[in-house]
Design a binder for this molecule. Structure first.
Ligand SMILES: [Zn+2]
Length: 251
């Protein structure tokens, strides 16, 4: 699904048209493979499955009473989202972006997104402000219903919408790629995801856009991104002594 096109068409909150879970594009029909995808996605987002943990087709299949081929389909669909990585002849693992990956992504965001926010402040129409407010509201509703994956998706789309408002297609494409990578990093390494989403920076940004205050928007965005990066816990967490089957049995 094209987040940018989808966001551009949203002026009211319509959950049926917006992403379910962390990734809006599990291109699987309803059925056992999709069910496994959603359950594994939640287990990863809730940190029950650790970055780097091996996901074998056998164990995944057995844990969900499915065949290996259904497990393989689910793992491949998860690999498309970036949450799972596959290595040739070595199977699938929960993705494990490094400290260096995180630093590079956030350095790039801090470099370009404050400028985008400055541009957007000069261009945001009343309709744009409503789009941004709808995303903030959707994020809060998702959090209220404990759907952290969906809240994270809305939080990321908010930044993509700002790039769209700025009306700069090169910036837009870069931001879209950076958001995908940083959503994964935040999902895996933020200690308390709900506090990341409760950040009020998005509301303050909308206020700066309403006031057409580019300098304020630039500074708010810069601080927001530095705070996000600082809130990550990239230290290696102790490995769980539970096996994959034991973790999945608790799902
Ligand atoms: Zn944000």
């Amino acid at each position: 699904m094209d987040w940018k096109a989808m966001s551009a068409s949203q002026n009211i909150v319509d959950f049926s048209a917006l992403p379910l879970g962390f990734d809006p594009s599990f291109s699987l029909p309803p059925g056992p493979a999709l069910n496994i995808c959603v359950q594994l996605q939640n287990a990863i987002l809730e940190h029950r499955l650790r970055p780097g943990m091996k996901l074998t087709e056998e164990e995944v299949g057995e844990s969900f009473n499915s065949s290996r081929s259904i497990a393989r389909t689910a793992l491949q669909a998860l690999a498309h989202t970036g949450l799972v990585q596959t290595r040739k002849n070595r199977g699938a693992y929960v993705a494990k972006p490094t400290v260096e990956d995180a630093r590079e992504v956030f350095e790039a965001r801090v470099l370009i997104e404050p400028e985008i926010a400055w541009h957007a402040a000069g261009k945001a129409s009343d309709k744009d402000l409503k789009r941004l407010e709808a995303h903030i509201e959707a994020e809060h509703l998702a959090l209220k219903s404990n759907d952290v994956g969906k809240a994270l998706a809305y939080s990321g789309i908010f930044h993509i919408v700002i790039a769209d408002i700025a009306g700069h297609s090169v910036y837009s494409n870069i931001v879209q790629s950076l958001i995908t990578q940083s959503s994964l990093i935040i999902a895996l390494y933020w200690n308390h995801l709900e506090t990341a989403c409760e950040d009020h920076s998005h509301n303050i940004l909308v206020d700066a856009f309403r006031d057409k205050d580019g300098d304020a928007a630039r500074e708010i965005m810069r601080k927001h991104l530095l705070d996000l990066h600082a809130g990550l816990n990239l230290k290696r967490k102790p490995e769980t002594d539970q096996s994959l089957a034991q973790v999945l049995a608790g799902i």
